[in-house]
Design a protein. Structure first.
Length: 132
């Protein structure tokens, strides 16, 4: 089963030629909420032939990436881009769907950042319950 999973990922990744670009250095950041710290760690960063920088987060799971999850990943990358790779554009890639999610120029929906904090708080609660 694992072998099939990785074969499928490789097949889809190889089809996504737009991202087969030279790698560049990048960093990581910490998004701190009142109840949880979340490390923001892209999978890699690349530069295109025109010199445009991209920071990439991959979604490798079988199920398609939910739109809100893609927006949350893009938002966190955007909020911390100065620490991760100044001037880069975040890309969230659903490898199995061969879909590149790009951040829009529009501001996030009203309350979106608060929603992310609430979700992080819920995760902290779950960890506390499981640890008990």
């Amino acid at each position: 089963a694992r072998h099939r999973h990785y074969d499928a990922l490789a097949r889809h990744w190889l089809a996504m030629r737009k991202l087969h670009l030279p790698l560049i250095p990048y960093g990581q950041a910490l998004w701190q909420t009142p109840r949880l710290g979340v490390r923001i760690r892209p999978d890699f960063a690349v530069v295109d032939p025109k010199g445009k920088l991209f920071v990439v987060k991959l979604w490798l799971k079988d199920r398609p990436l939910a739109k809100d999850a893609a927006h949350a990943m893009q938002r966190l990358l955007t909020l911390h881009m100065a620490e991760i790779c100044p001037g880069a554009t975040p890309l969230v890639v659903d490898v199995r769907q061969e879909k590149i999610h790009r951040a829009t120029r529009r501001a996030p929906k009203r309350g979106f950042d608060e929603w992310m904090e609430i979700e992080a708080g819920s995760m902290a609660d779950m960890w506390i319950r499981f640890a008990a």
